[in-house]
Write a new protein. Sequence first.
Length: 360
Amino acid sequence: MEEQKNIDEKNEPISKGKKKIKLSTLIIVSVIALLVGALIMFLLSITGIFSPSEFVARVNGKNYSANDVDKLLSSYLGDDMNMKISLLLDNVDYEILNEKYPLTDKDKEELESYIMYYTAYYGLSEEYAKQYLTIAKLRESYYLDYLSQYISDEDINKYYENDFISDIECQHILVQPDDENLTKEQALTVANEIIKNLNSGKSFEEVITEYKNSEKYSDFIVTESFTCKSMSSDNSDTDSILYSDLESTFVDGLLALENNTFTTTPVETSYGYHVIYRKNQAEKPALNKIKDDIVKVLSEEYASSEEIDSTLYSQLLIDLRKENGFNIYDSDLKKAYEEYCKAALEVVEEETETTNNVNE
């Protein structure tokens, strides 16, 4: 019996030791399995093969949770599905386009000038107005970039030779009538008086000072100095105006002048009567220096022409999102987006059917 006890005592630690080894091995294997499983799930998630339930959409490797979408709605007092889709698409398109079409300093200045208008007129928050205008600009840049492929060298050369006007520095005095205190006929008389003073030898600045300080006419006199340009650019100063933004009668009057001369008859626009002084016109730049700007101008003209399918803009954005792996996992959001796409495509199909019927 004593001998058996000794054997048992010897066997006991061996037996317990074996149990400890098995338990620790099990723990290690379990941990490894969990880590491998988590890694697989993570890899499947980031590749889009598997989507965890907390993600509702994905584009360009970025996942959007339901909480992300709710945050997008924080600047808007509403929770309808159409607004969710709209704000989600704004964010998705920004993710795709921002790096390829970064806003220039000129773009940012223009956006800032519109923000106050959108906040006041549409009641939007400043943050949402800025987001809305930014994504609109990015989408426009993408759209014009796409259309630029249809602008030929012949189109570019024709515009450069026939339509491009180099910068002109000018100044003008506007006599602005109103219905109560200065009639249109009286404004014309004042404008002719200004020209008479200029013809007498007074400088443009002297005449401006005289009429701006006049108790009788100061309320009806507006004066400006600016540079007229064919195209805007990132380095354009704030005191510049596009020829296309001016009324044709003003542009015609300006182009008819030589440098350092003024109009000998008042120029009428919807604002009143102008006396225009043309200071100087810059030399026409070489084509290769402004070619990109010309392409942009022609693309903008093409975008507003009747040749363009009215649904092309929306169709391009739908295709762009597909190309960048845009997926929606939330069933309600996915259904809403499918309806959004379907509505755009139905218009395309209707227009195509109408065209086919006409051809037949």
